[in-house]
Design a binder for this molecule. Sequence first.
Ligand code: ATP
Length: 285
Amino acid sequence: MREIKLKARAKINLGLDVVRKREDGYHEVRMIMQMINLYDRITLRRSTEPGIRVTTNLPYLPVNEDNLVYRAAKLLMEEFKVTVGAEIELQKYIPVAAGMAGGSSDAAAVMVGVNRIFHLGLTKKQLMERGVKIGADVPFCIMRGTALAEGIGEVLTPLPAMPHCSLVIAKPKIHVSTKFVYGNLKASELKEHPDIDGQVQALREGSLEQLVAKMGNVLETVTVPAYPVIDEIKRTMLKNDAMGAMMSGSGPTVFGIFEREERAQEVCRLLKKEGAAKQVYLVRQ
Ligand code: ATP
């Protein structure tokens, strides 16, 4: 096998709680992670010329070690002393710096691909153990599916997938840095916490209603006051039959959950027309 094509899927957080800030500065979280049907496409090729070469359709993304796909390939190729080269072609569709783990998912897909194309023989668990060195979300992106994530996000308990629905994914025209969000979060002063255990139960029972009723993201306490457009998009979704709408991860992407696909399509049209969102996707889940 000389070439392999991979799909790197985005995630949303159906629930995101911050338990506390640890002494080392990291935040301890409890999150419901759901992989969704929106993906980047990656082509990975073996090459006789040593080294790693990255190309991408987004000119502003780095193609050197600052790109997580480069780091992912390097991590495994160095450990296993791979002497030939790797070419990575990355086609981005997942909104960048958006709270959807796009970079982490690309890295996860490349680790899976490098393992296969160079016959490294690592198990999924072994890949996940290495993935955390690239980022806290990478182990989940290797595992895929649905999970409760604890610790800094790397302690994973697999869960049943969320019930079928249509999702509207809307990334506003703003840039929100993860550092800003966690830096301004007052973890010890949070008055409300989402019912993460209730969401675990809802997933086990297959109840979309209960899952949505218990949705919550404590990071909205930082982002919504600073960037009102996030709340605007949520309100547009909720006014138009969304069962629930919430910011994913540290944002600024907002997702809405719809029972009926036609309504979701309508909301996509509306959001594009209003112009509050820069990227809008309809995802069947
Ligand atoms: P998370 O949900 O884990 O917080 P995110 O959606 O906020 O992730 P990413 O899209 O993964 O953020 O990327 C954040 C930054 O990382 C970007 O500004 C970009 O320059 C850099 N980056 C490195 N590699 C990639 C990649 N493969 N895809 C996207 N961004 C990348």
